[in-house]
Design a binder for this molecule. Structure first.
Ligand code: GLU
Length: 472
């Protein structure tokens, strides 16, 4: 169990301090990087379907404006509090820096249980929250750009952009006030699966590093690796999907109602449909139910992907975790105590603020699309296809041989929006993994990958602050 006075923000600060020792920045600058610049805590009334007035507690925190806009999701959860939003906003700053996305960090939260409200009530809450942000200048394509997070998705983002646009008529770039929108409302193809795909790309890159795998006693590559996923929400679902599609075996999936185990692998889509039909992931055909949901975290496996909420692995259960690699798909799933235990046990923890950066990376692509007012691929797709067709015809004429229809389609295909988004994400995750690993390798004193990731982030944000010259 977590201590009663546990502070998530403090745990982020602890990780920061641990890494700051490996950087050259002066104390004052480090203090500025760590601090949350603006905290907006609000309460507003909403009339519920039964006529009752409920006072809603909500937050938006802008951790850093070293680059603008600030960026980060909005979560709907009863666990929302100022400390949590501050921690998550800080992680966004570091996350954006690591993946070279030119934003400061932000985060929002509304303290509600989305399952306890009708969609009409949720719409009213979301719209009111947005207008509160507009009133205080806490939202805008150049100020602060929210996105989905735990308990929110495309639907909520559509309400946000609509509310914003009705309050700011004629603002030409207004679609860029929020990301994670439906494609019909200015969203980008590939955003929905982005975080899960980024998790996969990140872990695949780590698994492709022979020295590291040898140290962990694993073979290189993701093929055949046993994976356990906690959470069948958007991130967990897509992580499981990409691992399965690339030859890994997803042996267990956990949700809040329980966990299941299936030696020969779980198909996440079948499980999703089963849950939809029965209301639970339990009793999935061919699988065994585990006694408790958290038992999944302690199964023997190669890769454990906590893709639900924070602090699920702590001092209590960490000693029983058997995975060789833990990929933090959620934000803050490990407490510093758990981290310490894994470092000692030689378990590789691939840290959240880099591993789950796929969401914000593709949000960046969506924002760029909104500012440029043109779909990716629109200008070049046809040109590429015509050129590829021409090159292939020339080769066929010169060699006197013909390729198969399937090959022809593959070679001639010009990139669509989703192709470009996926490849931009792949490039981003590979580059970020290598940058962090280079820092770790260059300094053997750095105890773990999280600290190396923080060093990477601190150096980038530090450079940015110092080059701004804002300290008279
Ligand atoms: N909520 C996601 C995160 O924590 C996405 C943020 C965004 O796209 O701005 O990274």
């Amino acid at each position: 169990m977590l201590e009663a006075n546990y502070s998530f923000f403090h745990s982020v600060e602890q990780s920061f301090d641990k890494a700051a020792k490996f950087t050259k920045w002066e104390k004052g600058l480090l203090e500025q990087i760590k601090a949350c610049n603006s905290i907006y805590s609000m309460k507003f009334p909403v009339k519920m379907d039964d006529g009752r007035i409920e006072v809603i507690e909500a937050y938006r925190v802008q951790h850093s404006q070293h680059k603008t806009p600030c960026k980060g999701g909005i979560r709907f959860s009863m666990a929302v509090n100022q400390d949590e939003v501050m921690a998550l906003a800080s992680l966004m700053t570091y996350k954006c820096a690591i993946v070279n996305v030119p934003f400061g960090g932000g985060k929002g939260g509304i303290k509600i249980n989305p399952k306890a409200h009708s969609s009409y009530e949720l719409e009213k809450i979301t719209r009111r929250y947005t207008s509160e942000l507009v009133k205080k200048n806490f939202i805008g394509p150049g100020i602060d750009v929210p996105a989905p997070d735990y308990g929110t998705g495309e639907r909520e983002m559509a309400w946000i952009v609509d509310t914003y646009q009705s309050l700011k008529p004629g603002e030409i770039d207004s679609a860029g006030c929020v990301t994670g929108k439906p494609v019909s409302q200015g969203g980008v193809r590939g955003r929905k699966e982005a975080t899960g795909l980024g998790v996969f790309f990140g872990i695949r890159e780590v698994c492709n590093m022979p020295d590291l795998m040898a140290k962990l006693g694993l073979t290189t590559g993701v093929n055949g690796k046993k994976v356990v996923v906690q959470g069948l929400g958007n991130v967990g679902y897509h992580s499981a999907k990409f691992f399965r599609e690339h030859g890994a075996v997803v042996v267990s999936i956990a949700e809040f109602e329980g966990a299941i185990y299936k030696e020969d692998g779980i198909n996440e889509e079948d499980l999703f449909q089963h849950r939809k039909a029965t209301g639970s992931i339990l009793n999935f055909p061919g699988a065994t139910n585990l006694a408790k949901s958290t038992d999944a975290l302690e199964l023997a496996c190669d890769i454990l992907i906590p893709a639900a909420l924070e602090n699920v692995i702590n001092g209590d259960n960490a000693p029983r975790v058997q995975a060789k690699i833990i990929g933090e798909a959620a934000n803050g799933p490990l407490t510093p105590e758990a981290d310490e235990i894994f470092t000692q046990k030689g378990i590789l923890v691939v840290p959240d603020m880099y591993l789950n950066a796929g969401g914000v990376t593709v949000s960046y692509f969506e924002w760029l699309k909104n500012l440029s007012h043109v779909r990716y691929g629109r200008m070049e797709k046809r040109f590429t296809e015509n050129m590829n067709h021409h090159i292939l015809s020339q080769l066929e004429d010169l060699t006197g041989k013909k390729v198969s229809d399937a090959e022809r389609n593959f070679i001639e295909h010009g990139a669509d929006e989703v192709d470009l988004v996926h490849s931009g994400l792949e490039e981003t995750m590979i580059t970020a993994t290598r940058e962090i690993m280079d820092i770790w390798k260059a300094n053997p004193e750095i105890p773990d990958m999280r600290t190396a990731a923080y060093v990477c982030a601190i150096n980038k944000v530090g450079t940015s602050y110092s080059e701004l010259g804002i300290f008279p």
